[in-house]
Design a protein around this ligand. Structure first.
Ligand SMILES: Cc1ncc(COP(=O)(O)O)c(C=O)c1O
Length: 388
């Protein structure tokens, strides 16, 4: 009998989530209202008492976070080139100029030395990315931010379960933005969470996310007066329907997160036992990964060899992914390219994202590791050593 296919990602919607969504459907109020409020309060507790605004996506949340920090036209924001395009798109949408820098070749997160080199008189913020769930090197980034009076905004789309110094990474930065997209460790289907220790920033995000209106429709229904729009915003509120899904899923979040941790450990042991040059992400100091993506690097591979390995795995029923094609290689972002993005270019050619989700079995991990090892032997014979 052929082996069962192993998808890159799978999702289980808990009975609690289904029940909560049904309750909202029956309540007569499905847009932003009391369930969004409840989600924000619950997440505030999970994020070590940060202030929290739930929004329609992390992409919108990043734009709102930047704007709440006063960033706009004439400002520069430094971000890693190795990220999903949304990170850089959000900077563009504020009118600010994105400045791309390279990543650290071991942790795959933004390289602090390169950030230091990229700072100019116009730089206002660092937009770090907690790649695959691993917090960026916040000890170094905070030192740079103090030195140059910069804000740090975290694109923590992958990192809702991550820790920095034993707390949510919200506490390392000015604002952190998490994604509740369908593939993320905690999902609302679509959605985002903006979190900060600074209530003023979250209040600004909340108002900007509803066109700049000073009261919500739900508050007005309950007697709040007319609203003003002191500053034009955008439409980026989360609905109660989606918040209900996230609240229900939260009940299984720590179990899911523990399962992911166990599976990543199994990958680590399996890959170590193979003793091939296939390596995993290194940890940054004081950080615990949120274990969102299981990315490995085929150290000796060229892009065509990596693609053949992926093709082979697909033939054996194993789905894989690529995270990410670097931002500056897309047409719209080509003007941001420069010649100090060496690690980003190399890593992007050598990465493969392997299956990782809470319901994945340990045996499936063993099968992926064995298939990967065989494909590596076949398509990446030693001798193509490219320096890292
Ligand atoms: C690094 C990163 N940033 C931003 C986003 C955008 O998240 P959303 O789909 O919630 O807007 C994603 C989504 O996959 C992401 O991976």
């Amino acid at each position: 009998m052929p082996d069962r296919p192993i998808p890159l990602y799978d999702l289980v919607i808990s009975p609690a989530a289904k029940r909560r969504v049904r309750d909202v459907l029956q309540s007569g109020w499905i847009s932003s209202g009391p369930v969004v409020d409840e989600l924000e309060t619950t997440l505030s507790m999970s994020l070590d008492l940060a202030h929290v605004a739930a929004v329609s996506s992390a992409t919108a949340g990043l734009e709102l976070a930047l704007r709440a920090c006063g960033i706009g036209r004439g400002d520069e924001v430094i971000a890693p080139a190795l990220t999903f395009v949304a990170t850089v798109e959000a900077i563009r949408r504020t009118g600010a100029t994105p400045v791309l820098v390279d990543v650290n070749p071991d942790t795959w997160t933004i390289c602090p030395e390169e950030v230091g080199r990229a700072v100019t008189d116009s730089t206002r913020a660092i937009l770090s990315v907690d790649y695959a769930g691993m917090p960026a090197d916040y000890s170094e980034l905070r030192r740079l931010a103090r030195q140059h009076r910069l804000r740090i905004i975290a694109d923590a789309s992958h990192a809702i379960g991550a820790l920095w110094n034993d707390k949510s990474l919200v506490h390392a930065v000015d604002v952190a933005v998490f994604s509740l997209h369908a593939t993320k460790n905690l999902t609302a289907g679509e959605g985002g969470v903006v979190a900060s220790r600074q209530p003023r920033l979250i209040n600004a995000v909340r108002i900007l996310a509803r066109h700049g209106m000073t009261t919500t429709a739900h508050q007005r229904r309950r007697g709040a007066g007319a609203y003003d729009i002191p500053e034009a915003g955008l439409k980026a509120n989360l609905s109660d329907l989606l918040a209900a899904l996230a609240l229900g899923q939260l009940e299984r979040f720590s179990t899911d997160q523990n399962n992911r941790r166990r599976l990543v450990e199994r990958y680590r042991m399996g890959l170590a036992a193979q003793a091939r040059p296939i390596i995993m992400q290194a940890a940054t100091p004081h950080a615990l990964s949120g274990d969102h993506l299981m990315v490995v690097r085929l150290v000796d591979a060229r892009r065509a060899q990596r693609d053949r390995v992926r093709e082979r795995l697909r033939g054996e029923g194993i789905e894989t992914g690529l995270h990410y094609r670097p931002v500056h290689t897309f047409g719209a972002y080509r003007p941001l390219a420069h010649d100090r993005l060496r690690h980003t270019a190399l890593l992007a050619d050598q990465f493969i994202t392997l299956p990782l989700y809470s319901g994945l079995s340990g045996r499936a991990v063993d099968r992926v590791v064995a298939s990967l090892g065989r494909a590596y032997e076949r398509y990446c014979p030693a001798g193509h050593h490219r320096s890292s």
